[in-house]
Design a protein around this ligand. Structure first.
Ligand code: PLP
Length: 294
């Protein structure tokens, strides 16, 4: 994914009231070095991020992404992001997005070791082509997250539920899924509770109900899943957040991985067992997810 644009952001405090934060933004050559070697984001993965889907220059679900950025900052004891400043940074980045699908990434790092402030930046890249995943679907294997369902409450320092830059485990899970012959993974707790995929939320259809694991289970609250639920409700379907057993996935009447850039990818098999695919609803979901949303 080639980065087309990068914007360094001088983070303002959350309560700084200003109409125009343009003076705190510095566009920078995305192919030139821009970070200090003392950066804690690169040394320790100590920071948080968001990946926002952009369709024809419109950044999707900006409100929910900024809310989750603020939630991650709180869990990580990072300064609260100034929502007006970040929204303006997203607007600035969106101006650099060509027609078609792009990705805006927001990064808020602990900063430079012993430095005074966090560092922050935004980038724009072309989105990968996910048309096959959206139409043909993905196979998944369930992988033990190595923690029981009590871990988020018992050990908040694990930062479960924060979108931190420490994604090495998530990437390792995808590699493990590939080794086992699947396209992607779905995490389950060691006591058998369904969680999320390494880069996506999981939505299941069980009869005429649509369910997703509750975000309190130490998973991210997906912005795409929020939109999918809004769409399904507008179509008269009932939706719910629930604690689901890991076995629910293979027994579902249909299931999807949903995320900001890949959008809705139907799950075609779980641990080698085929899952029914609802082609018409999948097409409706992706059509909806490609329309402009705030
Ligand atoms: N869960 C994890 C671990 C993720 O990394 C992501 C997205 O990257 C999601 C869920 C889905 O979130 P969103 O729909 O906001 O992209």
């Amino acid at each position: 994914m080639t980065t087309r644009f990068a914007l360094l952001i001088d983070p303002a405090s959350a309560d700084e009231l200003r109409d125009d934060f343009a003076a705190t933004f510095t566009p920078t050559d995305p192919s030139a070095p821009a970070l200090s070697v003392g950066e804690l984001s690169t040394q320790r993965g100590d920071g948080i991020f968001e990946s926002i889907g952009v369709v024809d220059g419109h950044a999707q679900e900006v409100g929910p992404h900024l809310e989750r950025l603020a939630h991650s900052a709180q869990l990580c004891d990072l300064p609260e992001p100034n929502p007006v400043q970040w929204r303006q940074a997203i607007d600035r980045a969106a101006r650099e997005c060509p027609t078609g699908e792009s990705v805006i990434k927001l990064i808020l790092s602990r900063g430079v070791e012993h430095g005074p402030t966090p560092t922050a930046w935004a980038t724009v890249s072309a989105a990968a082509d996910f048309s096959l995943a959206r139409t043909e679907g993905v196979t998944v294997v369930t992988l033990d997250r190595g923690m029981d369902s009590g871990a988020p409450a018992r050990a908040p320092w694990l930062l479960l539920g924060a979108k931190t830059l420490s994604y090495a485990v998530n990437m390792a899970a995808i590699r493990e899924a590939h080794k086992r012959g699947a396209d992607d993974a779905v995490f389950v707790t060691s006591d058998g509770v369904l969680l999320e995929a390494p880069t996506a939320s999981v939505v299941l259809r069980m009869g005429d109900r649509f369910v997703t694991p509750e975000p309190g289970a130490g998973i991210l609250h997906g912005t795409t899943q929020i939109s999918v639920f809004a769409f399904l409700e507008s179509q008269g379907h009932s939706v719910a957040y629930e604690q689901l057993p890991a076995t629910a996935l293979a027994e579902a009447d249909a299931a999807w991985l949903v995320s900001s850039v890949r959008l809705a990818a139907p799950i075609t098999a779980v641990d080698g067992t085929e899952l029914p695919v609802d082609d018409a609803l999948t097409a409706d979901l992706n059509r909806y997810l490609l329309t402009p949303r705030d």
